[in-house]
Ligand binder design. Structure first.
Ligand code: GLU
Length: 299
């Protein structure tokens, strides 16, 4: 079924359509990243796409250069070669300033002085895992020169998209999270903002990522629309790894690290096989090499 949906998708996209692998250098790559890479490269290789590598280091406090070096090494060890490298997010500050200025000129962004605790205290929906921002600073006209945080206005209304794997999805960003942060109290650009500006500027046609990010998609579509993007990307949210197919060394989470597995003598094929099995891409565990990724998705 997914192969048929992917085939249809590919006929609707330009030749050499673009997808991206976008890890955050806030830790070492683990089996979940390996599964994600299999899906990104697999779908791209099977259906004529091009893979862009983007280092998502928007959170300047949590990112470390050794993690960035590590992820490039681990990807290469696994056998995944990007077709193109785009600048890491630390080098995209001017683009984020421009996008923010565009929203501000349109009256769509405003300074916010609320702490996380303020937002949690005001949230009215206790069943919602996320705190919905109640709009406290919308009418406060705070001094933009002294308050670093910015939020984007969300009006009620839904965003719909046809996920390649999950089918039709509808989300209402205003009900989910309300006006969300595009720059935080520390002055760092947020994930939602950086990823939306980048996917637009870098002409990403298909976003392939784990289904933990599914709730973000509606707000990224809304933000892209507010920034003037006409042709929205397609989305494929794949399952996260659920069970570890016997490769886990002990109970600690660190043991699914690509480095640990490599140092424990596992081959790239064993690691990718375990990742593919744990994500449900194959029924029975077997070794897989990166060049086989296309075959997993119908190529
Ligand atoms: N940088 C995000 C992460 O490491 C992924 C971003 C995305 O695929 O939208 O989880």
């Amino acid at each position: 079924m997914i192969a048929a949906a992917l085939k249809r998708m590919a006929t609707e996209l330009p030749a050499g359509w673009r997808t991206r692998f976008a890890p955050a250098p806030t830790g070492w790559l683990h089996l979940g990243h390996a599964a994600d890479a299999l899906c990104v490269w697999g779908v791209a290789r099977a259906f004529g796409g091009c893979v862009v590598l983007r280092v998502e280091d928007h959170d300047r406090e949590r990112c470390r250069p050794e993690y960035e070096r590590g992820l490039l090494e681990d990807l290469a060890w696994l056998g995944f070669a990007p077709d193109e490298y785009v600048p890491p997010q630390r080098d995209r500050t001017a683009a984020y300033h421009d996008a923010l200025a565009q929203l501000e000129r349109a009256g769509l962004a405003y300074p916010c002085a609320c702490s996380r605790r303020d937002v949690a205290a005001h949230t009215d929906d206790v069943f919602n895992e996320e705190s919905r921002y109640p709009g406290t600073c919308r009418l406060r006209a705070l001094n933009a020169a002294t308050v670093p945080a910015r939020r984007v206005r969300m009006e009620p209304g839904t965003e719909s998209f046809d996920d390649i794997l999950l089918g039709p999805c509808t989300q209402d960003p205003d009900a989910q999270c309300g006006d969300f942060l595009i720059r935080d109290r520390r002055g760092f650009w947020t994930y939602q903002f950086a990823v939306t500006v980048d996917d637009y500027a870098q002409h990403i046609d298909v976003v392939i990522r784990g289904e933990d990010l599914l709730p973000s998609t509606g707000r990224q579509l809304r933000l892209a629309r507010l920034l003037g993007r006409q042709q929205m990307p397609r989305f494929l949210h794949h399952p996260l790894i659920r069970h570890l197919g016997g490769i886990k060394l002990s109970k600690s989470a660190g043991d699914t690290g690509i480095r640990e597995l490599r140092e424990a003598g596992r081959s790239p094929a064993e690691v990718l096989g375990a990742a593919a099995h744990a994500a449900g891409f194959i029924r029975e565990p077997r070794p897989i090499i990166a060049a086989d990724a296309a075959a997993l998705f119908g190529g």
